[in-house]
Structure formats: structure tokens, C-alpha cells
Ligand binder design. Structure first.
Ligand code: LMR
Length: 328
């Protein structure tokens, strides 16, 4: 054995043990919205805190804007372990077989964010997240987005203006029922396809919080927005259960802490992000923004509120009542 081979194998050994020591645990975090949204920013915040707290032992890779997967595929990818973390909208859990999350889609179920937070941060929220375990998923928390506006190419003074219109919805049976109660035709469609579908006239309109409307440039292809605030859109941050419980416990503890901070951050910025987005839509001059009068608002409520009762059988009367209790 020559000195040089000794040296080479020593370098080789050294290099591989360094490589081993430095191989980080990778968390692929896929989502469908832009980076400059409440979810996009909170994901970035989680990445920063998690990587710093674990001193590089964990690397969080963010894949925004459906670059990796679209709505339905991302949930399948999480269950298969192709990605480790997601934050799908609460309206997208029905196809997984968990209908109860659609309680968040019920029109006018939350009067304001305070009531919403009592639900997401209390026992109702915890028991909803626990339901994910049977699907190989662990729920880490709820991130806010905001209350939804209606958009289309016609002025919307009241529900009757959407009669016969094709409206894009997320894959939720409650949202389907909601649009039908307006006399509209709901089309469930992946978020990544909405802009093009609106532009091509495949659908006439949609609903979303202003932040999603603006960051996907939907306002460029929608002439009218009415501030209905008729329903809520928010997220559950979820991980592959096997991956999560397979992590070293000290790492999991740090990640849990990072998630708590990111959650607090998300829920602090969500309203501001949506207010700013609405301002930006106004400034663009491309879309007329209409605020309903008290009388008009009462008409939206009259038409949409019965969906709460008609969806009882799907979601569970008790669950709906437990949300109402938080409002008292
Ligand atoms: C939608 O599909 O409209 C939203 O769920 C997108 C999102 O993640 O906010």
C-alpha cells in the first residue's frame, strides 16, 4: 500500500463521514398559492425558523404555486411520502374521506376571526385534526387566509345576479351546495387552472379571499368583485404521519416550536395581506369593487344561510352546533 492510496482512502473516509454527518433531513413543503400570500409567507417563516433551530439538520424545501403538485395530487403525494408537508385549504379534505372539515366552508358560520380562532385553536380544531391520523396524516395546526369575495364579469348586487353562471369552486360539497343555492352551476377545479378557465370563459366567476384573487391575477380577467365575506378560506398544515413520528424526538420538538411561531405569524398577517390585496385590486383599475348595502347583505344571508342546515347530514349536526357554541 503506497502512501498516496493511504492518503486517498483517508480522504475518502473523511469525506464520506462528513457527508453522512451533514446529510440533512429534507422536508418538501408543497403548496398551490403564490409566495407573497399568507400561506406562502408563513411557509417561508417556518423554513427559516426550522432550519435555524435545527442548525442545518433539517432542510425545508418550498414548492409554491403548484410547481410540484396540484390540489388533488399533493394530498396523494403526502400520503405516499413523496412530499412531507402541505397546507391545503380546509375545503379540500372531502375527497380524502374526511367530510367534517367542510364545516369551515359553510356560509356565514363565522361572524369574525375571533370566533374562527376559538374553533381552530380550541377543542373543536384539535378533534378535527385528530381525524387525519386514520389517513396516515398528522395535523400540526390551522393557518388563516380570509373571508371570500365573489367575482365575475357582471355586477353582483345580490345572489340573483349569479343565476345560471358557471362558478369555479374548490372540491367541497358544501361549496357545491352553496353555489347551487344561488342558482349557479358549480365547477370544481384545481386552483392552478382557475386563471386560465376565467380567461377562456370556461367559468364565469369564482370566490376567493382577495389575496388569492390578486396574486393569481384573477382581477385581470374579472370585471366585478362584491365584498360578500360569505365564507371563510383557511388551511390545515399537515405532515406525513410516518415521517413525522420517525423523526428524532429533539428535531420533532424544534419543528413543533417552529410551527407554533409560523402559525402565529400566519394568523397575524392574514387580514393585513388581504386588505392590501384588495387595495391593490382597486388601484389596478381593472375591477369594480362593490360593497353591499345592509339590505343587500341580508339578501345574501337569506339565500345562503339555509346551506348550514341542508349540509347537516354530511358534516354532522353536533359539529355545526359546537362551532355555533364558540360564537356565544
Ligand atoms: C383555492 O383552491 O381556491 C384555494 O384553496 C387555494 C389556496 O390554497 O388558498
Amino acid at each position: 500500500v503506497t502512501t498516496s492510496t493511504c492518503l486517498l482512502s483517508a480522504i475518502g473516509l473523511g469525506a464520506s463521514s462528513i457527508a453522512f454527518a451533514q446529510t440533512p433531513i429534507v422536508i418538501k413543503f408543497s403548496h398551490v398559492v403564490a409566495s407573497d400570500t399568507p400561506k406562502g409567507k408563513a411557509a417561508q417563516r417556518f423554513k427559516e425558523i426550522a432550519e435555524k433551530a435545527t442548525k442545518g439538520r433539517v432542510k425545508v424545501e418550498l414548492y409554491p404555486n403548484s410547481t410540484l403538485y396540484r390540489d388533488k395530487e399533493e394530498l396523494e403525494a403526502l400520503q405516499l411520502g413523496a412530499v412531507q408537508m402541505l397546507a391545503p385549504s380546509l375545503a379540500k379534505f372531502g375527497p380524502l374521506g374526511i367530510k367534517e372539515f367542510e364545516v369551515f366552508d359553510l356560509p356565514y358560520i363565522f361572524q369574525n376571526r375571533e370566533v374562527l380562532h376559538r374553533v381552530t385553536q380550541g377543542s373543536v380544531g384539535a378533534s378535527l385534526l385528530a381525524k387525519l391520523e386514520q389517513k396516515g396524516i398528522t395535523g400540526l395546526g390551522f393557518w388563516d387566509n380570509g373571508f371570500k369575495v365573489m367575482s365575475s364579469n357582471v355586477p353582483m348586487r345580490g345572489p340573483s345576479d349569479l343565476k345560471g353562471k358557471r362558478l369555479r369552486i374548490q372540491s367541497s360539497k358544501v361549496l357545491d351546495a352553496q353555489m347551487r343555492s344561488l342558482g349557479a352551476i358549480p365547477h370544481a377545479m384545481a386552483f392552478s387552472e382557475v386563471y386560465q378557465a376565467l380567461q377562456a370563459g370556461v367559468v364565469d366567476g369564482t370566490e376567493n379571499p382577495p389575496s388569492n384573487l390578486y396574486t393569481q391575477k384573477m382581477h385581470e380577467v374579472q370585471k366585478h368583485v362584491t365584498i360578500t365575506n360569505h365564507g371563510y378560506l383557511g388551511y390545515a398544515v399537515i405532515v406525513n404521519k410516518k415521517f413525522w413520528y420517525g423523526l428524532p424526538s429533539d428535531i420533532r420538538a424544534e419543528l413543533n416550536k417552529a410551527m407554533q411561531s409560523a402559525t402565529q405569524y400566519a394568523n397575524t398577517i392574514a387580514q393585513i395581506e388581504n386588505d392590501n390585496a384588495l387595495d391593490a385590486v382597486k388601484k389596478s383599475g381593472k375591477t369594480m369593487i362593490y360593497v353591499p348595502t345592509e339590505k343587500e347583505r341580508a339578501e345574501w344571508v337569506r339565500v345562503l344561510l339555509p346551506v348550514q342546515q341542508s349540509m347537516e347530514a354530511r358534516i354532522g349536526k353536533e359539529l355545526i352546533q359546537s362551532v355555533h357554541k364558540e360564537a356565544q
